[in-house]
Each structure stands twice: as C-alpha cells, then as structure tokens.
Design a binder for this molecule. Structure first.
Ligand SMILES: O=C1O[C@H](COP(=O)(O)O)[C@@H](O)[C@H](O)[C@H]1O
Length: 233
C-alpha cells in the first residue's frame, strides 16, 4: 500500500519483519560501501528494534567500513538500562557487525545541550548523508526525540535547520534527550519506520489523519522520498 509520502508493508510475524528490514538495510549499506567506500546507518532505541538488530548483526557485509549512530539518545550513561547505546552494543554490535564503528550521541556533560554540542562536533566528520535510518515511534506519535510537548518542537521539526544534533527537553520524555535533526533524517537514502502491534498501528493511522499534526506525520510529510513503514502484529 502506498499513500501520502509513505509505503506500508505488513508482515506475518515480527521475526519476518526483522529479517526483511535487516535485508533491506544491509543492501543499502553494501551499495554505499561499493559506491563510496563507507556506509552510515542511524538506528532507534527503545523496546522495538532488538530482533531487527540481531538479524542485521549477522548480515555478511564489510562492517569494518560502516559507522552506526543513533537516531536519538536519552541523556543517560551507557550503564543505564534506559541507554539506547547500550541496546545497540548488546544486540547490534556483535557477530559480523562487531567490526562496525559506533558514534555515540551521549557524552558525559553537565547538560543534554552540552552533550549535543559535543556530538555535533564529533559527528561532523562522518560521511553524511545517512545511507539508511530506521525510525521508531512512541504511542504519543513521537519519533526520534521529537516529542509533541518538547519546548523546541518547531525547531526540531524544521527540515531546513542547520544542525545535525539537537538537545530536547520534554516533560513526557522521562529525561532530557539528544536527537538527530529532521534535516539529517530526511536526507537519508533509505528512511524506514519500524512499528509493531495493534496500538501503534492505530496511533500511526490516526496521526496520518486530519487531526493534530504529530511529529511522525511531520517527518513523513517533510521526507522527499516515501518513508517505508514496516509493521507486524
Ligand atoms: O524513547 C524512545 O522511544 C521510541 C519508541 O520506543 P519503543 O520502546 O516504543 O519502541 C524510540 O523510537 C526512540 O529511539 C527512543 O529513544
């Protein structure tokens, strides 16, 4: 199904989804390595991507030429169970993918704003644009760390903002955040949204309707290419 800036593909199981998404991301990275000698991937955290990470970690590509970073990060150290970097280390940077380089968004700093400035400087040397980015979505319609109640939401959703990394403060987020910018996400050669379960499907369908513009809809509308939505019950 294709509509309004996205394509929708549903899978019979979450395992089948993970394998299909891993295959498409690995193909994108392999193409990039052949074309420009390097691959750049941004992945989400949270509870959804574990199976996809495991499937991707065993794909036979030149992982030593790949840099993995995060779509967004909570302002917590890697020792925290809330750390997205810790999830990536445990589930993705293993097996064949253990040869990849990881570029963190978190830095030990006094504030998320300082961590974001440091990540902005560190990540400027990466081979942008992203070859692939895999978004997640919360049941409030947030994606990346574009939370509906963020005090800087307009800046976060600006497709023409000049930054790569932005700090986020939002009461609903649990802790301050650091996120890739809209600009960096929508310039990705392959932009996917990975969601699972009936509740997220309903949230997505409502968000794409005519009501309040949720952040996920803002990303889909700003993307120059259709966002590929991967869904399984
Ligand atoms: O806080 C976050 O939440 C979203 C969605 O997470 P999930 O647990 O509902 O899968 C995630 O995409 C984002 O990276 C993460 O920081």
């Amino acid at each position: 199904m294709a509509a309004n800036g996205y394509s929708w593909t549903e899978f019979p199981t979450r395992e089948a989804l993970a394998e299909a998404l891993a295959g498409q991301v690995a193909d994108r990275l392999a193409d990039a390595i052949e074309r420009r000698g390097a691959g750049l991937l941004a992945v989400s955290g949270g509870t959804t991507p574990g199976r996809f990470f495991e499937a991707l970690s065993s794909r036979p590509i030149a992982w030593d030429k790949v840099t993995v970073t995060l779509v967004d990060e909570r302002f917590v150290p890697p020792s925290s169970p809330r750390s997205n970097a810790a999830l990536v280390a445990e589930k993705l940077l293993r097996d064949k993918a253990s040869a990849a380089r990881f570029a963190p968004l978190y830095h030990a700093a006094d504030s998320a704003a300082e961590a974001a400035s440091q990540a902005e400087a560190d990540l400027s040397a990466l081979p942008w644009p992203l070859d692939a980015a895999v978004l997640g979505m919360g049941t409030d319609g947030h994606t990346a760390s574009f939370f509906p109640d963020a005090d800087t939401l307009a800046t976060l959703l600006d497709p023409a903002g000049g930054r790569t990394i932005l700090p986020v403060d939002a009461p609903s987020a649990g802790e301050p955040r650091v996120t890739l910018s809209m600009t960096r996400l929508i310039e990705a050669g392959f932009l996917a949204l990975h969601i699972e379960g009936a509740e997220k499907r309903a949230v997505f369908e409502t968000a794409m309707g005519s009501g309040d513009k949720k952040p996920i809809r803002a990303v889909i509308e700003a993307s120059p290419r259709p966002v590929k939505v991967f869904w399984a019950a």
